[in-house]
Design a protein around this ligand. Sequence first.
Ligand SMILES: Cc1cc2nc3c(=O)[nH]c(=O)nc-3n(C[C@H](O)[C@H](O)[C@H](O)COP(=O)(O)O)c2cc1C
Length: 187
Amino acid sequence: MRLLFFAGSAREGSHNKKLARLGQMIAEANGIEAVFADLADYHMPIYHGDLEDAEGVPERAQAFKALLGEYDGVMIVTPEYNSGIPPLLKNTLDWVSRVGTKPDVFQTRVFAVSGTSPGYYGAMRALLQLRQVLTIGLGATVIPQQMALPNAMKAFAEDGSLVDESQQKRFADVVEALAVAARKFAA
Ligand SMILES: Cc1cc2nc3c(=O)[nH]c(=O)nc-3n(C[C@H](O)[C@H](O)[C@H](O)COP(=O)(O)O)c2cc1C
């Protein structure tokens, strides 16, 4: 059973990348094979039907779909932009949904969502939207457990863990719940 973690931000200093990397570290510390992927390595143009007709689906979307297909469980850690999902993440999901190869990668594994923001709600509204896109839009199974981490500027210690022990424990519980669900899903 293997887990993939990625964030809906390509920004170098992204708080959400930090949280995704922390998820990967927690999984590995618990003996689970886990990988962090950076969307900065999968740059894609904004989806445009004419572009798709003329050039097909970008190679990076095909590569990202292939990457997703290698893991039994996927955690998406998203920022919140104007109370919703950032365009980078939606665009990535949209392009991947246009890759025609079988199997469908959304319906054949299990997902978890989490997020963080400098504000009070910790990306909560983006998480609600992301759940809608994944479940209703893409037919994915998304576990109920999630982390909406507020106050991102002060939340992380030097070593990448969360300063607040109860938050660290809660996030570890989300990672564990994803691992449990992914094992069942893969069986
Ligand atoms: C266009 C834009 C809209 C934003 N809207 C929100 C918002 O609705 N809620 C929120 O908590 N933060 C909002 N932010 C602040 C982001 O949470 C903050 O930039 C965060 O650090 C982005 O995630 P990252 O650190 O992973 O790149 C917004 C930022 C941008 C650029």
